[in-house]
Ligand binder design. Structure first.
Ligand SMILES: *Cc1c(COP(=O)(O)O)cnc(C)c1O
Length: 434
């Protein structure tokens, strides 16, 4: 399988090169030359197959021969080494809980898969690989946990000082070893800008082999298809579900659409957004007008110009009408998000995190217009990650899950840095971290 750059100015590459490079040299995102179809006998027998077998079948056509089958099977089973249950919230509303991994967010799945693939490729390479990533919260922890102690790879995470939740900060600053956290005196846009500058700086990229670990990397994006199949494996109804996905950079929903293209029965997708509503506005008006990110309480979705939207357009051959037949998009305010966390908790004893609550609202909007449908909310994070938001709303404290109890007692280790690219460059060139 080859991957083409969506800017069409760089050569096609295999999975290994696409994973190591992250983005194509012409600045485009990689997209597979074709979307492999899953054999109908697999789709119709999902219940009788193991999760590991399904995941292997989904990803193998993309990976091709760049990773031997036995190693790929190991990587897949390590990636999904925790439950991903589908739970009923009430009536026609279900929740696919993607937060049972080590950092309690769905990003664990993509990060665990990518880190193991990159670790495999690093062994074949003589030079060490430096993963450079900016985070507004959940990415940092998932990447840190996924890459911790992977040989031949060091990870440098930039995060905005005081702008990630206390749990998120602990998750990205307490690993040590090959994981380095840089606390930036600035906001997320500064962090992202510094990282982008680094990738463009030829003096730096000659000295250090740099790659990124954000959701544009095919090795993080494509394994996110797995849990759409696991949702259908647990779905008891004849009618396929509507799936509501809390969306920021649109990598998650884009993976769902790849699964649907591969043959998975899904009735409809909803891209649930907060005040950052460039996609809902595009579907209403036909105009794609990116804006600076607006801060909200569902902060992992505070993205003004979602990178993966170009891949969604590619799936639909740039045809907005075809896209609208399969995908709707809906916007939810912070006020409504809080109201729903409270209502769903007190009426149905189900605690949503702010991102799940946005998806719940979008699904509610759909089911009101289509009462015969049933739907699934992707619960992308455990509410404990947003206890600063959730606890005051439900007026109760949330018990700390075992998975992170220990992390919260560890000491933060960071390197403080300014918000200029030169600060980052000096750090990268001076520090002898290998
Ligand atoms: C990253 C994140 C999202 C947004 O996912 P995208 O793939 O960027 O659309 C939603 N919810 C949570 C909790 C996240 O961490």
């Amino acid at each position: 399988m080859f991957f083409n750059s969506l800017h069409h100015q760089s050569p096609s590459v295999d999975f290994k090169t696409a994973t190591i490079q992250g983005q194509a040299p012409d600045g485009g995102l990689y997209f597979p030359e074709r979307i492999p179809q899953l054999p109908a006998e697999i789709i119709s027998r999902l219940e009788s197959l193991s999760r590991e077998e399904i995941a292997f079948q989904v990803i193998q056509p993309y990976v091709g021969d760049t990773i031997p089958e036995n190693r790929l099977r190991e990587i897949v089973s390590e990636t999904i080494d925790f439950p991903i249950p589908l739970k009923k919230i009430h009536d026609h509303y279900y929740s696919l809980e993607l937060f049972h991994g080590p950092t309690l967010a769905f990003k664990d799945i993509g990060a665990r898969f990518m880190s193991r693939c990159l670790g495999h490729f690093a062994q074949e390479k003589k030079e060490p690989i430096t993963v450079l990533v900016a985070t507004s919260g959940d990415t940092g922890g998932a990447v840190a946990s996924g890459f911790h102690q992977v040989d031949g790879v060091r990870v440098i995470i930039l995060y905005p000082s005081g702008k990630v939740s206390s749990v998120q900060e602990k998750q990205l600053t307490t690993f040590g070893d090959n994981i380095h956290a840089l606390e930036v005196q600035g906001n997320f846009d500064d962090c992202q800008h510094m990282v982008k500058q680094a990738f463009k700086d030829q003096e730096l990229t000659k000295a250090i082999f740099l790659t990124s670990a954000n959701s544009i990397n095919v090795a993080r994006w494509l394994p996110q298809q797995f849990y759409y199949f696991f949702a259908l494996q647990q779905w008891k109804d004849q009618r396929p579900p509507v799936i509501s996905v809390p969306s920021g950079n649109f990598g998650n929903i884009c993976a769902g659409l790849m699964a649907w293209k591969a043959g998975l029965p899904v009735a409809h997708f909803i891209a649930a957004c907060n005040a950052n509503d460039v996609v809902p506005r595009f579907l209403e008006t036909g105009k794609y007008l990116p804006l600076p990110a607006i801060p909200t309480i569902s902060n992992a979705m505070d993205v003004g110009n979602p990178s993966n939207f170009v891949r969604i357009l590619e799936i639909f051959g740039q045809d907005a009408t075809a896209l609208k037949g399969v995908v709707s998009s809906y916007r939810t305010s912070d006020e409504r998000t809080r109201e729903l966390i409270d209502a769903v908790y007190h009426q149905h004893s189900y605690l949503l995190d702010p991102h799940g609550a946005v998806a719940y609202d979008a699904l509610h909007n759909w089911l009101t217009a289509h009462p015969e449908d049933k739907g699934i909310v992707l619960e992308t994070a455990h509410p404990i990650k947003f206890l600063d938001v959730v606890e005051p709303v439900i007026k109760q404290s949330i018990p700390v899950p075992d998975a992170i109890g220990e992390t919260l007692t560890k000491t933060k280790k960071v390197y403080l840095i300014g918000n200029k690219y030169e600060d980052l460059k000096a750090y990268l060139l001076d520090s002898n971290l290998f």
